[in-house]
Design a protein around this ligand. Structure first.
Ligand SMILES: [Zn+2]
Length: 250
């Protein structure tokens, strides 16, 4: 399916998940439907709690229910200014109508914990190595890792990083979100671990873990570091060109 066909003429989806990460269910309206094979549909909502695949996060899944139909959302895809939902029709005939959207919360909450833990790892690696940490990518599905540029840490350093992360988790601390104009955020961004991968947006969304430098990020995170409970570094994989991955569990 050409997603241009689906998103054509759509003014853009309101991204509720950027502001309300703990919203498990929300009312919305289907504004466009395009049938797909195998009893699937592509659909656009006026606003969505479904975070698409991107920034290391796997897509949210869940259900969309109207008064006379039910859909299972298998994938949310960011395309141009729209979030395109790819869903299986479970019963009834979907139509342009008000609906209730519900996330597969265990899956989303796991992603939120992993995403927050990934930022905490960036911070603890920086503290341990006393250098500016640069991330090259991450994946918060299975298996879960963050990739960094530079020399891989020693076994002792890995133990220190894990210890430091778990101390911060045990102490707890708020995880907050702040929106800033690009110019105002610029001095903060040059030190960010994902500096090279920040999209060119007029408004930057910063995630701030208590006691850590702000990181530009469009993902979903928990509200307090305590929610992470325990972070374990599972393995280190050295990559070509002086880079490495840290696989972790939280
Ligand atoms: Zn994030």
């Amino acid at each position: 399916m050409n997603l241009d066909e689906v998103s054509k003429g759509h003014a853009g989806t309101e991204l509720t998940y950027l502001h309300e990460m703990n919203l498990r269910s929300d009312q919305a309206k289907i504004v466009k439907l395009v049938p797909d094979k195998g009893g699937h549909v592509y659909l656009l909502l006026d606003k969505t709690i479904f975070h698409p695949k991107g920034g290391g996060q796997p897509s949210d899944t869940g259900t969309i229910t109207g008064s006379e139909f039910q859909l299972t959302v298998k994938k949310a895809i960011h395309h141009q200014d729209a979030i395109v939902h790819w869903a299986k029709v479970v019963n009834g005939t979907p139509k342009i109508a008000p609906v209730t959207c519900t996330l597969d919360w265990p899956r989303r909450y796991s992603t939120m914990k992993r995403h927050t833990a990934a930022h905490l790892l960036d911070h603890c690696l920086g503290q341990s190595s006393n250098t500016h940490v640069v991330t090259t990518d991450s994946w918060l599905g299975e298996p879960c890792y963050v990739a960094y540029r530079g020399k891989a840490p020693s076994r002792d350093s890995l133990r220190d990083i894990e210890l430091l992360a778990n101390e911060k988790i045990a102490s707890g601390g708020t995880v907050s979100i702040k929106f800033m104009r690009k110019e105002a955020a610029a001095p903060l961004l040059s030190q960010a671990p994902n500096f090279e991968r920040i999209p060119d947006l007029e408004e930057i969304r910063l995630v701030i873990l208590a006691g850590c430098a702000p990181i530009p990020c469009g993902g979903t995170h928990v509200s307090d570091l305590k929610e992470l409970q325990q972070l374990s570094l599972l393995s280190l994989q050295e990559l070509p060109d002086a880079a490495f991955r840290l696989y972790f569990h939280v």
